[in-house]
Design a protein around this ligand. Sequence first.
Ligand SMILES: [Zn+2]
Length: 357
Amino acid sequence: MARPLTPDQILAAFDKWGVTYREWPGWKTRGRPGAFDDVNGVMIHHTGSDTQSESYVRWLFEEGRPAEGIPAPLAQFMVGMDGVCYIGAAGRANHGGRGSSSTLTKVIAEEYAGFSTEIKPGPDNTDGNAHFYGFEVMFDGGQPMTGPQYDTTVRATAALLDAHGWTALSAIAHREWSARKWDPGETPMDEFRRDVRDRLAAGPGNDDPPKKEPKMPSEKQIWGHRERFMTWIRDVYPDLRKDGWRPIAMLQDVFARLRLVYGRLTRWDWLVNTLGRAVWSRRAGGDGPMHATRLRNAERNSERAMRLAEENNKLLRDLARAQKITVARTAVAPLAALAGEGEDDSEPAVEATEGAE
Ligand SMILES: [Zn+2]
């Protein structure tokens, strides 16, 4: 039975371990209703996006996804690529969702081969939000964390573990909690736990610069991506040959959908413009043949616009489905890194389909 740290204890622990942090307004009293009185460990996530904006931090701590039954806060802590740890909540957060009781048992006992392997979770049958602090590390998982980001995540984790008197075996990945998840992406958890263990052993006074640099993914990791990618693809494109690796056919399909949507949106845009001009004309007290033509066009076009809008919505829904293809980026990112290609600016996306409380 371990009570969660109080806000003062969290700050003291972070200060002790030299964590670079920033307190998000209201964090000391922020939390979800529900059990959070017997914490057992720390869970590491990735946001699933390289977005680093403050509005994203605010969204994750203050808004969340209430429409999906997953209101904020979606974690107690976030760690940016610059190595700043945002503290957003001291109470329960919606980050872990349901997960494996066998994992929890291992964490409580701190008895498993966690410095050389990762835990394979059992069925989702336990409320993780009641038992774990959550770190949302702000990266998309398709590449390693930045050096400062990794160092801060290690330090902050070590700080919480130390404050509780736990070992590094009390830190797990979300994917070790639930087989539904793969975060925190390119972060081998056995290695992460070794680094936390070493940090704890070195003590809080150790101010070494981050020793970790982003490294190339291993061949095994790359092929692992391919496997995950193909699983997704078979889900999205069940008609692809079961045994086939057909990225070209799939990409062509996505491009065709994109072109279709673009074409429709362009036409819709034109119709909306026509309507807009008619409205403007009327408001301006227009008169004469031009005005009459505009009104006639508007009348004729409004129905078409509505119809097109509906078709567009359907197309966009289909496209969104096809865009599970964003996983392609995940699969390709390590290869791109090997090829020395640059950053990619993806839209904010969130891995946090965590269970509601
Ligand atoms: Zn997660």
